[in-house]
Design a protein around this ligand. Structure first.
Ligand SMILES: [Zn+2]
Length: 258
């Protein structure tokens, strides 16, 4: 009797979790009302630059993320006037749990659970509407930190953690990373080879039909780099040089399978 009850409760919990993941996935990609995205700046704590940078940061600095996604959505036929709105939220003091570096599945599951609780604790500042997607951006001081940890975006939990540089000249490249992780939370997958960082052909190319194929001049957002030739890949300087490819548009349900 008790054993059956325990099993029933466990099944119920699993069913609720599955339903909530399904609901998040469909409610954020049905594109019938504006999706609210909150960007939460955090001082990574490795130098003086982040505090200054965050103090000067303004919603206008994030404007190209919103216009990039909305222009691309319209290009794929989304009718909604403003598919996403991206707002700057107040600085968060608590740093997110550290992402496990190795590929251990249990560690990754534990991290994702801690990350969801962290996001819940830190995404409801007084006087602001709670955003549907939460992107936490850790700003690093480029004087002390030349290469930053990997950024992450999770569809389960609708949360992203971005590592960025606290430097004005990096605002636009940072926004490319924020847009990439934001699309991960909507179900888009990476489109590059993790070993070589090469964009995958054709799905990681912004213009796969171009003749001649090289050099590409635009970047597919989930590939992160564009191919100058078969062996050389560059990162874009801003979202003006980035597009959403057909495979990504299908994953985030801007288009339907034919
Ligand atoms: Zn990615």
């Amino acid at each position: 009797m008790w054993r059956n009850l325990r099993i029933a409760i466990l099944l119920l919990v699993l069913a609720i979790a599955a339903y909530s993941n399904w609901y998040d996935k469909y409610s954020t990609t049905d594109w019938d009302e504006t999706l609210w995205v909150g960007v939460f700046p955090i001082d990574a704590g490795d130098g003086e630059a982040a505090a200054r940078y965050i103090a000067e940061l303004d919603t206008a600095d994030l404007a190209d993320i919103e216009s990039f996604i909305n222009n691309e959505a319209h290009r794929y036929g989304v009718l909604l006037d403003r598919p996403v709105r991206v707002d700057l939220y107040p600085q968060v003091r608590e740093r997110p749990p550290e992402h496990p570096a190795d590929g251990n599945i249990l560690a990754a599951m534990w991290w994702s659970l801690k990350m969801r609780m962290y996001a819940r604790r830190n995404s409801h500042p007084d006087g602001y509407p709670p955003p549907q997607i939460r992107i936490f951006v850790l700003y690093h001081d480029p004087t002390f930190t030349q290469s930053v940890p990997h950024s992450v975006g999770l569809q389960k939990g609708l949360v992203g953690v971005v590592h960025a540089f606290a430097q004005r000249s990096m605002t636009r490249p940072n926004n490319v990373v924020i847009a990439h992780e934001l699309l991960h939370t909507l179900g888009a997958s990476d489109k590059y080879d993790p070993a070589t960082l090469a964009p995958l052909y054709p799905i990681g190319y912004a213009d796969p039909g171009k003749v001649p194929r090289y050099p590409q001049t635009l970047t597919e957002i989930m590939a992160g780099r564009y191919a100058i030739d078969e062996h050389n890949f560059e990162m874009p300087e801003s979202l003006a040089e980035v597009r959403v490819g057909a495979a990504t548009a299908l994953e985030i349900r801007w288009t339907r399978p034919k």
